[in-house]
Design a protein around this ligand. Structure first.
Ligand code: ADP
Ligand code: MG
Length: 233
């Protein structure tokens, strides 16, 4: 029956994800073990190993912290949030990094509060992931344009970059666990972002034109703080 199908499909996806995680974490672990053995064998000039070991530990840390975001929001973490405030915080956080890469971030927040009901850290994480990808895509610099608006029942966040764009093959793979085209990528940012938006009953849409850039459109349901109806997640 249908429920059984859905459950076995979920188990399959969970299995795939677990296999991917195990693989991605085993590689840096194996390398760490190797370096530890080298150090234990009493070789001199160990210090050159420490940078590599540190990088491997960073990688494990990145993977684990992104995966932590996959946990469902807990009821006590849910609160009314103004998307403009969350986006302002995110832009402040990423501006220095953008400027270092000759990238400006231009954001239009509008004049009215854009309320949603959600988990602040998770929604900010979605903004961070998408804007970071934009920064990483724009190797020649340029502008990232962000626009927030309310359209009927949804709060829309549109993030446009002037990167190389994404072809259809790549577009289809984006959001799959561990899909990355970057040397130091985890390939988890978008999967985690899609999951967070889904947990918030929202939507993410990507439109891209090769040689022109990419647009990420994130929609979360508008929820006015005064309404007594609280959505149980
Ligand atoms: P990561 O950033 O670690 O590679 P993500 O899940 O964040 O993992 O992104 C997956 C892939 O999607 C990236 O490696 C890149 O190829 C592609 N991508 C995402 N955002 C953009 C963008 N704005 N422009 C071009 N490619 C992008
Ligand atoms: Mg990323």
């Amino acid at each position: 029956n249908e429920e059984l199908m859905i459950n076995s499909e979920k188990l399959y996806v969970a299995g795939q994800l677990a296999a991917g995680i195990a693989h991605e974490i085993r590689n840096p672990l194996t390398s760490l073990k190797g370096f530890l053995q080298l150090i234990a064998s009493g070789r001199k000039n160990n210090s050159s190993y420490y940078d590599i070991m540190n990088a491997e530990l960073d990688r494990i840390e990145d993977i684990v912290s992104e995966l932590l975001m996959l946990s469902k929001p807990q009821v006590y973490d849910l609160a009314y949030q103004d998307m403009r405030v969350m986006m302002r915080d995110t832009v402040t956080l990423l501006e220095t990094q953008a400027n270092l890469h000759n990238i400006s971030i231009e954001a239009e927040y509008g004049t009215d509060p854009l309320w949603i009901y959600g988990v602040e850290n998770q929604v900010k994480q979605v903004f961070i992931n998408v804007i970071k990808n934009a920064i990483e895509a724009m190797i020649d610099g340029g502008a990232i344009r962000i626009k927030l608006s309310r359209e009927s029942d949804g709060v829309y966040v549109r993030i446009r970059d002037e990167g190389p764009g994404i072809d259809d093959d790549q577009l289809a793979k984006m959001g799959q666990p561990f899909y990355t085209t970057k040397e130091r990528g985890t390939g988890l940012g978008l999967m985690v972002s899609y999951k967070i938006v889904d947990n918030h009953q929202g939507k993410i849409d990507v439109k891209s034109q090769l040689g022109i850039g990419t647009l990420f459109e994130i929609m979360l349901p508008f929820r006015y703080p005064d309404t007594a109806i609280k959505k149980s997640s």
